[in-house]
Design a protein around this ligand. Structure first.
Ligand SMILES: [Zn+2]
Ligand SMILES: [Zn+2]
Length: 337
């Protein structure tokens, strides 16, 4: 089969690879649409949990090639890329996301930028009519569902989301449906802010990549006492550093964007202490696929306009850089193209 292979950090090939063989409990799949995301760049740069050689691709919609005990051949599924050992200290306490042997197809095991792959059958969720172009957002939306679980938003909250990438746009909608009385989005790209408004955001602020003082003053003017909740969804440390001053006393900052492991920020501990701020993290997801698909099935969470570019396997390098194209939000790979 043909596949994208990360040989080692910063070395990518589109090449022939051995066809995978399903182990007991696994099914053979033909990926038909796999989303490209910032994590794929972090993995290529040697970050996150990369183990090489790696076939990346963790946002997978696939067709079942050979039926298993519950899935018939030809069934279209969204593949939950995460799996856990169920034996470590965390798993035994029911905190499976913290599994010390956390497995993630496309991150530390073969993923969906390939003509074929294998996955546990119980991790394959039938689309049941959801279009693959919509279902390709099941994994990012599942991560947003986990983020909403972690945030446990109080109804009536005034929310600021910094960043309007695909996950920011999905989380924005979840928070609008899950308790935000008002939601403001700040991000560099006007076309992404337009999408945020289309998805229901009340206010938007253009947050340029250069001098941001004016933009942060405009954000502050919207909530002079601060927002109840500030979601940092860019992964940029200098933006996270601004978050305490934007948060209302007793409020919550959620670190949702992925920074580099070596990044550092400077906070005033006195400010966190005296203003009783809470800082929460949210990482990936586990066991959120069914709820994610439920949102996509009813259309409660909208996806139109998020995937703007689709490439074949040979276009992987372009797909990885698609975010730089004018009007781009997110790219996907059709491995069968
Ligand atoms: Zn992703
Ligand atoms: Zn475990």
């Amino acid at each position: 089969m043909r596949a994208v292979v990360y040989r080692q950090a910063n070395q990518v090939e589109i090449t022939e690879a051995p066809d995978p063989e399903p182990a007991p409990g696994e099914v053979l799949l033909r990926p038909i649409l796999t989303g490209v995301c910032g994590t794929d760049k972090h993995l290529l740069a040697g970050g996150f949990m990369a183990t090489y050689p790696l076939i990346p691709g963790h946002e997978i919609v696939a067709e079942v090639v050979h039926g298993g005990s519950t899935l018939a051949a030809g069934t279209l599924v969204a593949v939950d890329n995460t799996d856990v050992c169920r034996a470590c200290d965390y798993c035994r306490r029911g905190q499976t996301l913290y599994c010390t042997a956390f497995r993630s197809l496309g991150c530390n095991a073969p993923g969906g930028f390939a003509e074929l792959m294998v996955a546990p059958e119980r991790k394959c969720f039938p689309l049941d009519g959801v279009d693959p172009s919509v279902a390709v957002l099941t994994e990012p939306l599942a991560c947003a569902v986990h983020g909403a679980d972690m945030l446990a938003l109080t109804p009536g909250s005034d929310v600021l989301v910094l960043g309007a990438g695909p996950t920011g746009l999905l989380l924005t909608q979840l928070l609008l449906h899950g308790g935000a009385a008002r939601l403001t989005v700040a991000a560099p790209s006007q076309h992404k802010l337009d999408l945020a408004v289309h998805f229901g955001a009340d206010h938007t602020v253009v947050l340029p990549r250069g001098d941001q003082d004016g933009a942060f003053a405009a954000i502050k003017a919207l909530a002079p006492n601060g927002f109840d909740v500030v979601v940092e969804a860019t992964g940029v440390p200098t933006i996270l550093e601004r978050c305490p001053s934007l948060t209302r006393m007793g409020g919550t900052i959620m670190v949702y964007g992925m920074a580099d492991a070596d990044d550092r920020v400077a906070f005033s501990p006195y400010e966190i202490f005296s203003r009783e701020l809470t800082i929460k993290g949210s990482f990936a997801q586990i066991e959120c696929f069914d709820r994610s698909l439920a949102y996509l099935r009813t259309g409660r969470i909208k996806t139109d306009g998020i995937v703007t570019h689709t490439f074949g396997l040979d276009g992987f390098a372009d797909a990885l850089d698609a975010a730089r194209l004018p009007g781009a939000v997110k790219a996907a790979i059709d491995p069968q193209r």
